[in-house]
Design a protein around this ligand. Structure first.
Ligand SMILES: Cc1cc2nc3c(=O)[nH]c(=O)nc-3n(C[C@H](O)[C@H](O)[C@H](O)COP(=O)(O)OP(=O)(O)OC[C@H]3O[C@@H](n4cnc5c(N)ncnc54)[C@H](O)[C@@H]3O)c2cc1C
Length: 383
């Protein structure tokens, strides 16, 4: 009998753990995240072998991000964001574009972002103002993107920009911009309360010219492409970060209740502790099931938006609740910066906004229940 996705996921997590141990990285912040991603070699997990990837699929990618997050939250977040940029090319790039950019992304030699969010538009993508204006032989991009994962270490940006002034569903288009292109630069790197060491910041375009060959998909398809990339890559990726954080919280809680003695016995003898641990485990188990099952469906050629929606929601909420429970189980020690419990809470909170806030994910799930859901790729309405 071939192993099911649950066993496969465990095998991949084990492999990533071994690779991380081999890297033997220094404690504390990772000095060069770009180099670590390349050394780790898992950025190409879901990229087919014909484009230089490992061809292992979505289950492997989720496992790699989950395990990297357990090791270092910022590394997991960086791997998650890097696999988001490649998702754009994998699903919507032409064969020429895939052949040109995917091999170096698969090796981790290059890192690609996805630039959608702007100061005035997050959940409401059609509120964006970054423009791409048609000029001779190409497009001139102008605008400012913010909260972009891997912003300051990236070599390539996947950019969603406005190609029409109209407030219509076909107003946006997708482009690839090499970060060395004149007129493309980084701005502020945001000072995050969690996922410390993960580069999240601004990417700015000022009369930045890109040739026609950098347009991904057709003119006017940007909104559908953005929704599809967020649903099919963003949700499993950031969900996997949340899984890694929830597992770290559970590990920390277990280690504390075993070593802390009260009333002459270890803390884990208290019934209230059992309830908290079992709730944390149940949340983690169900979120894992949803995400890995959806990943497995994708690996056999189906789409499973609902699994990624449910999985991201469960994983992110579970990571926050798990970190709160661990902080509480540790009493005053949980509030100490050095124990890491509060830090895990800050890290978990960072998984709430990206790839669909909880409110927006609930809205989508309600649409599914009501039968009004439009699959991400065909989505042509504003939120
Ligand atoms: C760690 C991290 C990584 C990120 N990575 C990237 C990246 O790589 N690329 C990128 O482009 N962006 C990225 N982002 C930005 C992220 O995509 C946005 O934060 C997200 O889209 C939400 O937008 P916003 O923050 O502007 O919140 P807003 O859209 O302003 O939302 C504010 C509040 O309104 C609620 N709300 C909004 N619309 C609705 C609705 N229709 N129904 C009900 N409630 C609603 C939201 O739930 C939220 O509570 C990242 C953010 C973080 C924190």
């Amino acid at each position: 009998m071939s192993p099911g996705f649950w066993d496969q996921a465990e095998q991949y997590r084990h492999q990533v753990r071994q690779d991380l141990e081999r890297l033997d990285l220094p404690d504390g912040d990772l000095p060069d995240m770009h180099a670590v991603l390349e050394q780790l070699g898992w950025t190409g997990a879901a990229i087919p072998t014909r484009w230089g990837g490992r061809g292992l699929g979505t289950v492997a990618k989720i496992a790699a991000i989950e395990e990297a997050t357990r090791y270092r939250p910022a590394l997991g977040a960086s791997l998650s964001a890097a696999s988001l940029g490649t998702g754009l090319l994998l699903d919507f790039g032409s064969d020429k574009q895939r052949a040109r950019w995917l091999p170096s992304l698969a090796r981790g030699q290059d890192v690609m972002t996805i630039c959608m969010t702007e100061p005035e538009s997050g959940s409401h993508l059609l509120g964006m103002s970054t423009s791409a204006r048609r000029v001779d032989g190409g497009w001139l991009l102008n605008g400012r993107k913010c909260f972009i994962g891997n912003s300051h270490i990236a070599d390539l940006h996947g950019v969603i920009a406005r190609t029409s002034e109209e407030n219509s569903a076909s107003a946006l288009s997708a482009f690839v911009v090499e970060s060395s292109t004149p007129g493309c630069r980084t701005g502020e790197e945001h000072d995050l309360a969690g996922l410390r060491g993960f580069s999240l910041g601004e990417v700015i375009f000022q009369d930045c010219w890109v040739p026609d060959s950098h347009l991904v998909g057709r003119v006017g398809e940007g909104l559908g492409i953005a929704h599809a990339v967020v649903t099919r890559h963003g949700k499993p990726n950031i969900g996997a970060v949340a899984l890694g954080l929830a597992q770290s919280s559970l590990d920390l809680a277990c280690s504390h209740v075993r070593s802390r003695h009260l009333y002459g016995r270890p803390l884990h003898h208290l019934e209230a502790v059992h309830r908290r641990l079992s709730d944390m485990f149940t949340n983690l188990y169900t979120a894992r099931l949803a995400l890995y099952h959806a990943g497995d469906r994708v690996d056999v050629g189906e789409q499973h938006d609902v699994g990624f929606l449910v999985g991201k929601l469960l994983a992110s909420d579970g990571a926050v609740q798990g970190a709160i429970a661990t902080t509480e189980l540790m009493g005053a020690r949980g509030c100490h910066a050095l124990t890491g419990a509060v830090q895990l809470l800050n890290d978990a909170l960072m998984t709430q906004a990206p790839s669909g806030t909880a409110d927006v994910n609930r809205k989508r799930l309600a649409e599914m229940v009501l039968g009004t859901y439009i699959p991400a790729r065909e989505r042509t309405l504003t939120l």
